[in-house]
Design a binder for this molecule. Structure first.
Ligand SMILES: [Zn+2]
Length: 241
């Protein structure tokens, strides 16, 4: 049984998206049973096959990965109806799909080449105001991608007592990117960039203002270039580091 090697391997395979499908318990059991048979057959041939060529080995590996994707897809639909059985290291696995108890989520298997995709674009999906953020949350997830942190936070409207009185927080989709000490935040109303230049000394107070509110001699401290067209319509800006 070598199925466990699959979920621990990263960067290979395919993305699996959660999809609601109404397969019955019996269907899932049957599908998983024949899937496990195929996986065992492939892993046996792949790992124990004598005189196996490199090309064949690669082929078996790819088939195994694809079976693994199917396993994960079916596993997402299993409600672990028949309980868990003890396996090694004191862990417990679902009798039907092999899901390890206490492990909240499945791993994403992402293809090594090409654009990586995890999840769909989500937006607030309810007009209701929820009791708290937890109930209003649709997704709040972060990925560390080669050292850059990307967070996506999507939630419906909810009541918050963060500022003393209960106030309603509006539904929002916000995305932030953190690279070194610079954080860029985008939501429906704002794009903000924060420079946390750790080693540089800043004053204690913090001000903000439109460019026309600031004196020209002070503006010269800001390494910002505005992009605009011939009618002075704003196109973007560049900040020199
Ligand atoms: Zn299960």
């Amino acid at each position: 049984m070598h199925r466990s090697i699959l979920i621990e391997r990263e960067n290979i395979g395919y993305e699996v998206e959660m999809k609601k499908q109404d397969m019955t318990k019996e269907q899932i059991k049957k599908e998983l049973k024949s899937l496990f048979k195929s996986m065992d057959f492939v892993s046996k041939s792949f790992l124990n096959g004598k005189n196996i060529t490199e090309k064949e080995s690669r082929l078996f590996f790819n088939i195994y990965q694809q079976l693994g994707t199917a396993w994960e897809f079916l596993g997402l639909q299993c409600k672990h109806w028949e309980g868990y059985k003890k396996i090694k290291d004191g862990k417990e696995a679902c009798k039907i799909c092999g899901h390890i108890k206490g492990v909240d989520e499945f791993y994403y298997l992402i293809q090594k080449k090409g654009i990586k995709k995890i999840g769909m674009k989500l937006r607030p999906n309810s007009k209701k105001t929820f009791e708290d953020k937890r109930k209003a949350q649709i997704v709040n997830d972060t990925i560390n991608f080669y050292g850059a942190l990307v967070n996506v936070d999507v939630h419906n409207s909810y009541k918050s007592s963060l500022f003393g009185d209960k106030i309603n927080i509006a539904a929002e989709r916000s995305v932030s990117l953190k690279e070194d000490d610079i954080k860029c935040h985008i939501d429906r109303h704002l794009i903000s960039i924060k420079m946390n230049k750790g080693r540089k000394k800043f004053g204690k107070k913090k001000y903000g203002g439109f460019p026309w509110e600031i004196k020209k001699k002070d503006l010269k401290n800001f390494p910002v270039i505005f992009d605009f067209d011939e009618k002075y319509r704003f196109l973007g800006l560049t900040i020199l580091k």
